[in-house]
Structure formats: structure tokens, C-alpha cells
Design a protein. Structure first.
Length: 392
């Protein structure tokens, strides 16, 4: 077990109708001029955006709006938000949506008080030293951005998808009403659930091993997703199942499931980011397509963790044939992904990269991670190529 720091400052308001408290929360956290960022027209047509704007009007809080955020959020939209926010003297950014909207809001939050290019922060050319605070009203359970220190942005001009981690961007508050996720379609729901699982599993597979309590929490998060995702796919209006998934999302990526570990592996996320950058695929689905190949590629490096995962989380019967147990645990994980409609190969995901594309993916991944990444096993450029190739 390693020493650790745990910092989660987000005020959470969870439950039915909590979006009606958004205006009061903005006032509580000192907002005077708010840039409201959202994605699809779903939140407009449902009346959610209008309700929130009415609350701000009643409280005398100025506001401007920016819609059209898409999955794998774009740097161009971030820059548009920064421009609008500076023009309106925004002192708070409110995200109404899922992870892509929240990540965009965080990036705008970094850029508003800065005179340079916000992309410098994601390229690690500069470090942000301040940010305009961000709040969120969650409408999709997936990325965990609702309480995390992370945001990921895609630059279509350069073909890069890069992340930035800083406590400056942890949301000041999060409004979490599971009812707001009931209109999310089955593919997005399943992709989001996969992402929640993977945020926990990335931290689980490390060389240090986590605290026993952390492992139990991680087990609870993964099993909660596996139990409740089929329920909401069968009945999208199952409030209790939606609530379980939504809370699991928050806990999966706010640092809790990594306490005592070495920070986690994160190779799958980086490998998948390049698939998203090149092919614009859903993040969770891309993770499902990659994970089994990655697991079979690295499990011999940390067999004890994979054995524990198989027995404790995937309910494989213990055996002296430890490798058989490990491989069965990997198989059962892929079986679950398939059962909720997720792909377990790149071709099932949609893309069919040729040799040139496979090499480009490997080159891009190597460049984006600074040469290597991984805790279970340190992976380099040729490893990335092999995983892409084997995952086809």
C-alpha cells in the first residue's frame, strides 16, 4: 500500500427534482454571470435548459448559452465558449449534460482567466494556475467527470485527444437527478456503464495493490454496474437502478477507488483515446473493444491482481490452475460487455484499420503518452501496435 492524498470538494445534491435547486446553488457559490454549456437539443426540448435559465433570471444572475457539444468534445467548441465567456464577463461555467459537456466546461473554465491558448495546458506546455469555477447538472451517467479532476478534449486539426488533470477544475457542485438519464438510449447507457467500470478497473490493476477497503469499494462499484445496467436496458424508467449507476459513476472517478494504489494503469484509456481521435467512436464502447486484448497481453505481469479480480469480482471458482482462473475472469468480463451490447473487438466497434492506420494509431499513442504508459506492464510503441492488431 502506498501513501495517498484524497481530495473531493464537490458539493453533491442527489435525487428527484434537484435540478430545481440549480439557481440557488449558483447563488450560493457566488455566480453573477454564468456561461451555460450543453450538448444535444434533448436538454432544450425537455425544458431543462429553460427551467434553469428561468431560475437564474429570478435570482438576477446574468447568463449566456453555448450548445452543440458533441461526444469526444472539440477544442473548437472550447475556444468558442472562452470567447463568449470573456465577452460576457462570465465568472462561473455551468455544464448541463454528460461528460463531454462537463469536460468542455472545465476547459472553458481554464481558458477564461488566461490570455494564452487553452490547448497549451492539454499539451503540457503550461500548467493552469487558476480557473473559473464549474458546476454541473448531470444528464448522462458515464465519464465520472462530475466529481473528477480530469477533462479530455479532442483537437480535430491535429488529430489529438488529450487529457488534463488538475484539482482546479473539480466541480464546485453537482446536481444529480437519475430521472434526467431516463431518456438516454440503450447504446449510450451501456457505453456509459462500461466507462464507469473501466475507471475503477484502470485503478484496480496496479503493481502496488490497493487498500483492502479500496478493493472492496472497487468491487462494489463494478458489481453495481453489472447488476443494474441490464435492469435499465430492460426498463429505462427504473429509477432505483438509474440511481445506483449514477452514484457509481461519481465514485468511480473521484479518486476513491484508487486510494493506496500507485495511480492505476490507464493504458486502455490512452489506447482508446487514439481510436476516438481517428474514428470518433464512443469512448466506453472503445474501451470494451480494447480491454480483453490488453488484459491477455499484460496479465502475466501481475497475476495476483488478475486472479483476485477473477475470483472476487467475476465470481470465478478458485483453483490451483491460476492461469485458467485468470483467463476465465477475462472471458466473463467480455461476456458481460457483449450482454449489454458492447463490442469486444475493434471491428465489432466499427473501424477496420489497415496496416497504415494501425501504425498511425501506435505512433499517435506513443507520442501522446510521452513514449510509454502502464502499471500492470509498461507499454511502448510496439506494444500499442500489437494490442491494436490483436484487438481487431
Amino acid at each position: 500500500m502506498k501513501d495517498f492524498k484524497y481530495y473531493t470538494p464537490t458539493f453533491v445534491r442527489f435525487g428527484k427534482g434537484t435540478e430545481n435547486e440549480t439557481g440557488e446553488l449558483l447563488k450560493r457559490f457566488g455566480a453573477h454571470s454564468v456561461l451555460v454549456i450543453y450538448g444535444s437539443d434533448r436538454v432544450v426540448e425537455s425544458g431543462l435548459i429553460g427551467e434553469i435559465l428561468d431560475q437564474m433570471d429570478e435570482l438576477g444572475i446574468a447568463h449566456a448559452e453555448l450548445g452543440g457539444v458533441v461526444p469526444n468534445p472539440r477544442l473548437s467548441k472550447v475556444r468558442e465558449g472562452i470567447s463568449i465567456g470573456k465577452e460576457k464577463n462570465a465568472d462561473f461555467v455551468l455544464a448541463v449534460g454528460g461528460g463531454s459537456v462537463i469536460d468542455t466546461a472545465k476547459a472553458v473554465g481554464y481558458g477564461l482567466p488566461d490570455d494564452g491558448d487553452v490547448w497549451d495546458f492539454y499539451k503540457k506546455i503550461r500548467k493552469p494556475v487558476t480557473a473559473v469555477p464549474v458546476g454541473c447538472v448531470l444528464t448522462l451517467s458515464a465519464t465520472g467527470s462530475v466529481m473528477s479532476d480530469s477533462s479530455v478534449i479532442s483537437n480535430l486539426e491535429t488529430g489529438e485527444k488529450l487529457g488534463l488533470n488538475s484539482d482546479l477544475c473539480r466541480p464546485a457542485f453537482a446536481v444529480m437527478n437519475p430521472q434526467l438519464t431516463m431518456s438516454v438510449g440503450p447504446y449510450q447507457t451501456a457505453s456509459g456503464s462500461t466507462d464507469i467500470m473501466m475507471h475503477t478497473m484502470e485503478r484496480y490493476f496496479n503493481r502496488e495493490g490497493n487498500l483492502g477497503l479500496t478493493d472492496m469499494i472497487a468491487k462494489g462499484v463494478v458489481k453495481t454496474i453489472m447488476e443494474n445496467t441490464p435492469k435499465v436496458l430492460e426498463d429505462p424508467d427504473d429509477y432505483d437502478a438509474r440511481a445506483e449507476i449514477m452514484w457509481a459513476e461519481a465514485l468511480s472517478h473521484n479518486g476513491l477507488t484508487g486510494c493506496g494504489g500507485d495511480g492505476g494503469d490507464w493504458a486502455c484509456h490512452k489506447i482508446q483515446h487514439e481510436l476516438s481521435a481517428m474514428y470518433d467512436v464512443a469512448h466506453g464502447a472503445g474501451l470494451a473493444a480494447i480491454w480483453g486484448t490488453w488484459a491477455r497481453y499484460v496479465y502475466r505481469e501481475i497475476p495476483d491482481r488478475f486472479y483476485k479480480f477473477a475470483v472476487d469480482i467475476m465470481d470465478v471458482e478458485p483453483s490451483e490452475d491460476r492461469e485458467a482462473v485468470i483467463l476465465e475472469g477475462i472471458r466473463r468480463t467480455e461476456e458481460f460487455f457483449r450482454s449489454i451490447g458492447m463490442p469486444v473487438s475493434i471491428r465489432e466497434l466499427g473501424p477496420d484499420p489497415d496496416e497504415e492506420a494501425l501504425n498511425a494509431l501506435a505512433d499517435n499513442c506513443s507520442r501522446s503518452v510521452g513514449g510509454s504508459i502502464g502499471s500492470a506492464r509498461k507499454l511502448f510503441r510496439d506494444d500499442f501496435y500489437n494490442i491494436y492488431k490483436q484487438a481487431l
